[in-house]
Design a protein around this ligand. Structure first.
Ligand SMILES: *[C@@H]1O[C@H](CO)[C@@H](O)[C@H](O)[C@H]1NC(C)=O
Ligand SMILES: *[C@@H]1O[C@H](CO)[C@@H](O)[C@H](O)[C@H]1NC(C)=O
Ligand SMILES: *[C@@H]1O[C@H](CO)[C@@H](O)[C@H](O)[C@H]1NC(C)=O
Ligand SMILES: *[C@@H]1O[C@H](CO)[C@@H](O)[C@H](O)[C@H]1NC(C)=O
Ligand SMILES: *[C@@H]1O[C@H](CO)[C@@H](O)[C@H](O)[C@H]1NC(C)=O
Length: 552
């Protein structure tokens, strides 16, 4: 598998669909003030998170119960229990407002989900038996804490900034767009360390996440263009990530990303736009400000990605656990010395409800690196390690993702779209030089690219031949000339398949075979013919393997 797939994580973040649209369904929905930050609006009125998404607050619960419409009952209700009705708080005291109209009042608004006065014990003790906060005090402590970027190093003398910002570009009226732009760093004649990155958010209505990738020198600079998972095959190194809920990335004081003469000379910014309302008049020119210094720090840093890229979550299931091992053989193969982890965070989509990353040595747990007991996609929890965590070659890193699909009626697969799921852990580490191979250690189901034991005998060459044109293979000729597509199962077909399976471990069911079908055989005509021919004896082979009759 290519690292290209792996990088998907960032590009694949999904979104609270349409919370901005809901704002238009309540009076003054785009104008609700933040209770403790002047000039800040609470965009996600029905959510605990100011930007929307994640768990609903008391008003959001009632809005949902009302069918996500502004009904008279919802208007007359007092969701936060502070004595003012939702209608009074939102400027529709008589409950007469209809979508598209100008509300009775457009000022003196207050938040319909937050009990006022906030500092009264009655309001502070308001309990929630769902979500991340136990009561309003905890919620408000979180919401009102200073969101100023706490990174004193960026004020040091000689620290410069470079802006990697998208040219002003029209946002297409489609739900998901990835847009990229490739830059040269400001000074390629001297050495610098990038030590922090802060977001410039130009259109908060659609901006969902941003990633800065390091590129090879030979890539050409390019103005804004729609891109895929990777900005370019030559831009594969993840340098920094911004998502909803973060206000910047401040690197560990011992380390920085090397840019300039002996470091990265070209970089790409990638934005994920989420436009579920399919609005056709938005523009955006968001990006990141990179803070860099000529005073080189002790170590060069980079990011390491772990996780699983092939799993299935059944519908209506309270808990589905997906694990992934970066095996001892993998860390030994990738690293020639200890690396030090300075920060880490987990990433799943909306079904994700718990996740952890653990480190093992000689089979024994050394420590739990990340541990989200309640995972909330919209409020990523960053783990910082002032004393960086040493990870040695030969250590095992295990990610465990736990999903809840109780409210979903269909099966969920790994994937990049909104409806799909992910299971990734990111770690920032130094020194970059100890990582000899690509800093990705993800698995495909149970298969790990760097652990031959997980290949079940279907190793490199064995597998590789199926990714070329199978039409040229002996085995293709044998199977397609003795079997008819989809049957019936003839004696000679059965014999051919048994011979083929006995000689080629890749053809036995299991993750290696599934991967071959998904990425190789199902993608071309000859591959599909081959599969259809193998298919013809499926039932008979099952009977043979299980030595019993199938009940029809
Ligand atoms: C009114 O609010 C209460 C408390 O939040 C809630 O239990 C009830 O379901 C709400 N009714 C309506 C119609 O929203
Ligand atoms: C800012 O970061 C420093 C160092 O990590 C920490 O000691 C301090 O408490 C932080 N201040 C705030 C306001 O978060
Ligand atoms: C977005 O960027 C454009 C172009 O730089 C600018 O004219 C506009 O005022 C910006 N909007 C916001 C909300 O920052
Ligand atoms: C690991 O590799 C890097 C870069 O190739 C080299 O500088 C370093 O000395 C190596 N470390 C060890 C312990 O061999
Ligand atoms: C294909 O069939 C021929 C003739 O029966 C046999 O010698 C050969 O081993 C078969 N090849 C494979 C890959 O099964």
């Amino acid at each position: 598998m290519t690292p290209v797939r792996v990088i998907c994580i960032l590009l694949c973040v999904t979104v609270a669909q349409g919370y901005r649209m809901f704002a238009d369904r309540i009076p003054n929905g785009q104008q609700v003030p933040h209770p403790c930050k002047p000039n800040v609006l609470w965009h996600g009125v029905g959510h605990f998170n100011v930007d929307g998404g994640g768990f609903r607050n008391p008003f959001g619960m009632d809005f949902d119960r009302a069918g996500r419409q502004w009904t008279e009952a919802l208007c007359r209700n007092d969701s936060d229990g502070d004595g003012r009705t939702n209608g009074q708080e939102l400027g529709d005291p008589d409950c007469v407002w209809k979508v598209g109209q100008i509300p009775h009042s457009t000022h003196s608004l207050s938040h319909p989900g937050i009990c006022d006065p906030m500092d009264s014990p009655r309001c502070q003790d308001k309990k929630y038996d769902w979500g991340l906060f136990h009561n309003q005090r905890e919620w408000m402590e979180d919401a009102c804490k200073s969101s100023e970027f706490n990174c004193s190093a960026i004020h040091d003398q000689d620290v410069r900034t470079m802006t990697a910002r998208l040219d002003l570009t029209a946002v297409p009226p489609q739900e998901t767009t990835y847009i990229c732009q490739i830059f040269e760093v400001d000074d390629v004649l001297n050495d610098y360390h990038m030590i922090a990155a802060t977001p410039v958010i130009n259109n908060s209505y659609i901006l969902h996440h941003m990633v800065i990738f390091g590129c090879e020198d030979s890539v050409s600079t390019r103005s804004a263009f729609q891109c895929d998972m990777l900005p370019d095959p030559k831009c594969k190194m993840i340098l920094t990530v911004w998502t909803l809920g973060l206000n910047g990335d401040c690197f560990h004081p011992n380390a920085g990303v090397r840019i300039g003469k002996n470091g990265i000379k070209k970089l790409a910014v990638q934005l994920h736009w989420n436009n579920p309302g399919l609005i056709d008049h938005y523009q955006d020119s968001s990006g990141l400000v990179l803070h860099y210094t000529p005073h080189l720090r002790h170590y060069d840093s980079s990011m390491f990605l772990l996780g699983n890229e092939h799993f299935i979550i059944p519908p209506r299931t309270p808990s589905t656990v997906v694990t992934s091992r970066c095996a001892p053989s993998c860390t030994r193969h990738k690293m020639n010395d200890t690396i030090y982890v300075t920060s880490a965070f987990n990433h799943m989509h909306y079904l994700g409800h718990k996740m952890r990353l653990e480190q093992f040595r000689n089979g024994a747990l050394v420590r739990t690196i990340t541990n989200d007991l309640i995972y909330d996609y919209d409020s990523p929890k960053m783990y910082f390690f002032n004393d960086p965590i040493p990870v040695e070659p030969g250590d095992e890193l295990k990610t465990t993702c736990d999903y809840s699909s109780t409210y979903k009626a269909t099966t969920t697969f790994y994937g990049e779209s909104t409806a799909e799921e992910m299971c990734y852990a990111f770690m920032s580490f130094y020194p970059f030089q100890s990582m000899q191979q690509s800093p990705f250690c993800t698995t495909w189901g149970s298969i790990s690219g760097c652990d031959p034991e997980t290949y079940h005998g279907c190793l490199g060459q064995e597998e590789a031949k199926y990714y070329q044109d199978v039409g040229t293979l002996d085995i293709f000729h044998n199977v397609t000339s003795n079997c008819r597509p989809f049957g019936p199962c003839t004696t000679e077909c059965m014999d051919t398949i048994l011979t083929a399976r006995a000689s080629d471990p890749c053809l036995t069911s299991g993750d290696p075979w599934d991967r071959l079908v998904t990425w190789g055989l199902s993608r071309n005509e000859n591959g599909r013919n081959f599969l259809a021919s193998l298919e013809s004896c499926e039932i008979e082979l099952y009977k043979l393997a299980n030595d019993k009759d199938i009940i029809h």
